[in-house]
Design a binder for this molecule. Structure first.
Ligand SMILES: Nc1ncnc2c1ncn2[C@@H]1O[C@H](COP(=O)(O)OP(=O)(O)OP(=O)(O)O)[C@@H](O)[C@H]1O
Ligand SMILES: [Mg+2]
Length: 259
């Protein structure tokens, strides 16, 4: 299935630094999966491996397998640009192009992904994506205004719209609400809930309530000793992870005893 992604024994390094090791996980299509764990345990690295952004860092390597839609995304014949189109990413800090118009911000990804469309096709993609990101009503009368003129929460939804414009299967969100106020956070969470009918979402969050609210499955990553790589300690339905985790370390983390 297009939105399903499986990693087998995935490890990633930055030069001599082992960031994550031996991560095997099956991410379910059309569900929200939350990744939690203390700072530095490799959550962002894991996301960046999944859409082949990790390799953009000089000296960074991965090993193991990542299977998306039946294919190993690191196989020699697979084009990294195509992987990044199908597996989009939204970052912690909203990063629209500040001087570019709202509409052009949304359609920017189409050009970068080499998806050629005529004016009507671009307009249609902009409207569809802004509606999906629950931003359309707020910006439909000012599509030519700069992306930087929006509030932080609106900018983050603009970035979600930009990620959606290229019609990905999977959206990776790395702490998408950590720079936002509660009302904007609520809007992003509502958006995620709507999106999961058609998309697979993986979200990294430090907010346990958010993980419990929005996700169907939760994975807990941990670096057991300083200098050790992060590992997946436990993974399962969110209701189970938050009520009867199998591992003491998971329980300690979610109850706020460390991290
Ligand atoms: N560009 C880099 N160069 C070298 N080491 C890095 C780089 N990025 C991350 N690391 C290291 O990889 C490990 C995992 O980092 P990562 O950013 O994935 O953690 P994280 O779980 O996302 O943390 P946080 O919750 O603080 O965002 C850490 O030891 C970190 O220092
Ligand atoms: Mg991170």
């Amino acid at each position: 299935m297009a939105g399903c992604i499986t990693t087998k024994n995935l490890s990633a390094t930055f030069g001599d630094i082992r960031a994550i090791e031996g991560i095997s996980i099956e991410i379910t299509a059309n569900k929200v999966t939350a990744l939690i764990g203390p700072s530095g345990c490799g959550k962002s690295t894991f996301l960046r491996c999944i859409n082949r952004m990790h390799e953009l860092v000089p000296g960074a390597r991965t090993s193991g397998e990542i299977i998306w839609d039946g294919r190993d995304i690191y196989a020699p014949e697979v084009d990294a640009t195509e992987v990044r189109r199908g597996i989009g990413m939204v970052f912690q800090r909203p990063n629209p192009f500040p001087l570019m118009s709202i509409a052009d911000n949304v359609s920017a990804g189409l050009r970068l992904a080499g998806m050629r469309k005529n004016k009507a096709g671009i307009d249609e993609a902009v409207e569809r994506s802004l509606k999906l990101a629950a931003l359309w009503d707020e910006v439909k009368n000012k599509l030519d205004k700069p992306g930087g003129s929006l509030s932080g929460g609106q900018q983050q939804r603009l970035c979600i719209a930009r990620a959606l414009a290229v019609e990905p299967d999977i959206i990776l969100m790395d702490e998408p609400c950590s720079a936002l106020d509660p009302a904007s956070t609520q809007k992003i969470e509502d958006t995620m809930d709507q999106l999961k009918d058609n998309y697979t979402i993986v979200i990294v969050t430090h907010n346990m309530q958010q993980a419990a609210r929005v996700s169907d499955f939760t994975g807990f990553l941990l670096t057991r000793e300083t200098g050790e790589p992060g590992r997946l300690i436990e993974y399962g339905p969110t209701s189970k992870i938050f009520t009867m985790p199998d591992h003491k370390e998971t329980e300690n983390y979610i109850t706020g005893r460390f991290g």
